[in-house]
Design a binder for this molecule. Sequence first.
Ligand SMILES: [Ca+2]
Ligand SMILES: [Ca+2]
Ligand SMILES: [Ca+2]
Length: 305
Amino acid sequence: MKKSLSTVFFIAAALSAVSCNYGRIVPGEPLGEYYRPADASSSAFADKVYEYTPAPGQFINDPVSMPFSIKTPAAACTWAQERLASRKFISLGGFGGYIIVGFDHSVVALGGYDFAVYGNAYTGGSEPGIVWVAQDANGNGLPDDVWYELRGSEYSNAYTRRNYSVTYYKPDGAGQDVHWKDSEGQEGTIDYLGEYHSQASYYPSWIATDEYTLTGTCLKANNYDQSGNGSYWVNPDYDWGYADNYGSSRFRIGDAVDAFGAAVNLKYIDFVKVQTGVNAKSGWLGELSTEVLGFEDLSMGTSSR
Ligand SMILES: [Ca+2]
Ligand SMILES: [Ca+2]
Ligand SMILES: [Ca+2]
């Protein structure tokens, strides 16, 4: 009797594991040809930057955080990697700006919060970044694989626009706004705020072309001027699922969805992309821009924050 009862429990546990979307790890189970298990020397923090392509913004080319003029995309990656290593903020600029990072091992989906993205949000000061994940499916060590968006609280919001694009135009001279046009025919500017950020241009110095286009998911901007006279702007927090959003820095690989919104059952990931997810500005505070300071695999139990 005792034996059959434990058998029942075993079957129930097995069934619940099968029905779970998160691919809970069974010791010894191979996770895939290119899975890279962590070992004792692995770092819990992402240590590699594969791409840093921000939108224009007041922190881009800022001599305080970027003391040397960055000339190439490779140099931008090196700069961003050093910033991550020292836990200093990296601004992604306005809508669509992004960073792609990787860990020295595969981050396993354990069913709860799998990894964290640290930002600099405070309550009423949220600048949501959409988080995407990818496996190194072709095993070449590069993030040239399929990206999956992590569903957040606004995923099904009627105002959320997917495949939204903004093209930014390089200003003709110093001290000018950066003009943009979006995929819906709207136009606007990333404003030059010389009183606060007086570098010559907010257009990334390492982008060689006179214009570039960034595409991603755009959330409805909820920012507003609480004072009514332009002096006090509020960027409210979203419920969950975004980077640089107050109160929600932890993420589940199980929230990954494909381009059609269907859940994908990723057992692990190798790469994370964060992309500014609103196209908005708050008066004298300027454009809303997601910041990131670190990416941590939460399964390793070494959290220092
Ligand atoms: Ca921020
Ligand atoms: Ca790859
Ligand atoms: Ca910002």
